[in-house]
Write a protein of this length. Sequence first.
Length: 341
Amino acid sequence: MLRVYRYVLPEVREQLRYWRGKAETIPDPELRKQAIASMTSKQFHCEGGAVYAAAHLSMRHILIPLIVAFQTISDYLDNLCDRSTSLDPEDFRRLHQSMLDAVDPAEPLHDYYEFREEREDGGYLGDLVKTCQASIRMLPSFPTAAESVRELVGLYCDLQVYKHIRKDLREEALLEWWQRHQAKYPSISWNEFAAATGSTLGVFMLFLAASGTELRPAAVKAIHDAYFPYICGLHILLDYLIDQEEDRAGGDLNFCSYYDSVDVTVERLALIVSEARSKSQRLDHPPFHRMIIEGLLALYLSDPKVSKQQDVKRISRVLMKNSPMMRMFFFVNSIWIRRTS
């Protein structure tokens, strides 16, 4: 955490200031509004993702710009799709082609706004993609991790397409998508799979692994298996857990709402936590990954939204019961950060 406060957060904020300056010059008013809003309301996504750079400080000059640019693309597109007048899956698919291009240095830029009215971004999205590509070229072991990265990014893009289409079509589309992958993930349900695809943490961990010089395919597979679906699933399910009340009010999709009861929710989340811990023990530097898991639990379960929802408060008490000192540290730390930011 000392590394995070001393090195990572100041450099993340410097990167965000740069991209905010670029966003403020976007010619189209709607694109400009959504680009700025995504950084204003979701800055903590970049700050949280860049924690992975703290594990390899000598490569932070590559990892931090990469993680910030990639997460900024994700947050910007999420705003465009969430607040869009468009419900066109072709539009959403083309927008998210930028994320696939961002992790493939050989890929040329595409016309990401081809299927929407708002098009003039002054090169903003293309510059974010090119920043990712340039950073990835400097990761010594990226070719070893490339296939796994592309798979996770592809699943992320699929989710963004299916969850933003018309409300009466999205559940059927998500279930059909799940059927294509179900055999590979027999221990989880469709809503848990969908939630896991919505996390970028597995991609960031693979970026970190690729910043070393001796990454082996076996290590890539172990990272992929630990992060997807378990650590990634925990990340997004906790996010949905605390957002249930506001999602109900807004009629938004919430993957935690598909559990049959509070007891089932507790049981499934506890199982995912257990699997995440177990599989992270097989990775290099297990304490780092344990920190990520306990940090996620503490960050989300310390959110003020928890105390306003009785069912969520009950689930939080169960998950935080007999908490290790590490999680309690992050719990207090998360409360302190919210009060001082």
